[in-house]
Structure formats: C-alpha cells, structure tokens
Design a protein around this ligand. Structure first.
Ligand SMILES: Nc1ncnc2c1ncn2[C@@H]1O[C@H](COP(=O)(O)OP(=O)(O)O)[C@@H](O)[C@H]1O
Ligand SMILES: [Mg+2]
Length: 234
C-alpha cells in the first residue's frame, strides 16, 4: 500500500502544478513507483505541464464513471499520470464524489500518489485534501501566501491529513520572508526552497517539463533535493 500526498496551497498561482508534475517525474526517475493525479478538476493543468497530447482518458472520465481508472493511467516523461480534461464540456456535472475510492485504488498500486489540487478552501479542495493521507503545502515567501497557507494547515488538521511540510516556491527576492521565519510562524518543516527560475516558464512555453528539458536549472536541482528528502519521510 502506498501513500497519497496532496500538493496544496492557500491560493492558486504559487506553482503547485509545476512542482507536483516535476516531483512525480523525479521520484519516478529515482525508482519510486509514482503516479500524479490531477485533482484540480476546474483548472486541470498537469497534462499541459507534462506536454501530453489531449484526447485520451481523463480523471473527469473516471469521476463520471465513463472510464475504468486503471485505463486512464498514461505514461509521460517517465512518470505515470492521470490527467484532467481541459475543456469546459467535461466540467459540466463533474463531481468529486468518487474521488476518494478512485484514489484508494491507486494507492494500492503505487508507492506514492501525488495529487495536484486546486488552491483555496472550496469544496473540491477540501474533498481532495480529505481524500489524501498526507499533504505538502506549496507557498510563495510572502505574507498572503503564508496567511492563506495557515488555513490549509487548519483544514488538514481537522480532516486528519498529515502535513509533511512546506515547499517554498519562487524564492530569491530580498523582500522574501526567510524560510526559517516561515517555518517558525507556521510550525512546520520547510522541505525545500525552490528558486524563481525563468526556465520554468520557458519549459512550459516549449511544452516540456522543466526537470526533463532543463535538468541543470536551479529549479530542477532543488526538485531533486526535495524528492530525496521525501523518500526519507514517506
Ligand atoms: N519557480 C518558478 N519560477 C518561475 N516561474 C514559476 C515558478 N513556479 C511556477 N512558476 C510559474 O507560475 C505560474 C503558475 O504555476 P502553477 O504551477 O500553474 O501554479 P498553481 O498550480 O499553484 O496554480 C506558471 O506560469 C509557472 O510557469
Ligand atoms: Mg495548478
């Protein structure tokens, strides 16, 4: 039996999906049987980050009962993934009711199931956090992200989801709140500090995951260090 880990944040735009997809690639390359599931059903982007051609089965097809979840698992950039649909049509009537049981099946078949989530505290996000055994909080080193991140920690606590730690993303400005201060404020381990890095955007533009296209970039190097630390903790 593996572990499900939600990649969560207090708000969108902090880099959850980029972190989740690249972490899945790196964990897979280290020999950990890893699956990344797009749990952001309103704003699915894992397929785009992995550079997958749309048109195959998606988490939306699994949730609606149209597809056997096992058949929706694809291989991309060396990891396994269940991506989300990006069109508006699949959103109509999409419900996460079956998400917990689908996820449980996946954790039976993989070592780590990373679940990319929607930011904030909406019903979908709460369902996804509550379905996962553990959570990694992604935040940017600013007061808004920290404040909203604290709300996610409170939700995780209430739902019994273990918080593994925080990943600070887009760091490198002199006006960042320092990592040790964030750790103190949030009473949480900072597992990684991922730098602001142009190659993240460049890779997205080119349709290739940054850890594959630019393995020596500062972001990719730090993702590898996060993966090493996670292997020791899960
Ligand atoms: N470390 C980084 N350096 C530069 N740009 C980044 C970094 N992390 C994320 N981004 C950019 O920020 C945007 C939002 O990232 P995304 O992963 O979609 O956030 P979220 O899933 O939290 O909404 C993307 O355009 C991405 O390229
Ligand atoms: Mg996202």
């Amino acid at each position: 039996m593996g572990i499900s880990v939600c990649i969560a944040s207090g708000k969108d735009g902090v880099g959850k999906s980029v972190v989740a997809a690249n972490l899945a690639i790196v964990l897979s390359s280290l020999g950990v049987e890893t699956l990344i599931v797009d749990g952001d059903i309103e704003g699915a982007s894992v397929g785009l980050i992995l550079g997958v051609d749309p048109g195959g089965l998606t988490i939306h097809d699994c949730l609606s009962g149209k597809a056997d979840p096992k058949k929706a698992v694809i291989e991309a950039s060396g990891t396994k993934a269940v991506i989300g649909a990006i069109g508006i049509e699949q959103l109509v009537g999409a419900s996460l009711e079956n998400f917990p049981s689908i996820l449980e099946d996946f954790t039976g078949a993989f070592d780590i199931v990373l679940v990319d989530s929607q930011g904030g505290l909406g019903d979908n996000t709460v369902t996804v956090i509550g379905s996962c055994q553990a959570l990694l909080l992604v935040l940017t080193p600013d007061i808004g992200s920290v404040t909203n991140g604290l709300k996610i920690l409170a939700v995780a606590k209430k739902l019994g989801t273990t918080v593994l730690g925080a990943l600070i993303n887009r760091s490198g400005s002199p006006y960042d709140i320092p990592a040790d201060k964030i750790a103190d404020l949030m009473r949480l381990d900072v597992i990684g500090e991922l730098p602001e890095d142009e190659t993240v955007k460049r890779a997205l533009f080119e349709g290739v995951p940054v850890s594959v296209g630019y393995p020596d970039s500062p972001f990719s190097k730090e993702i590898r260090s996060v993966a090493d630390k996670l292997i020791g903790r899960t």
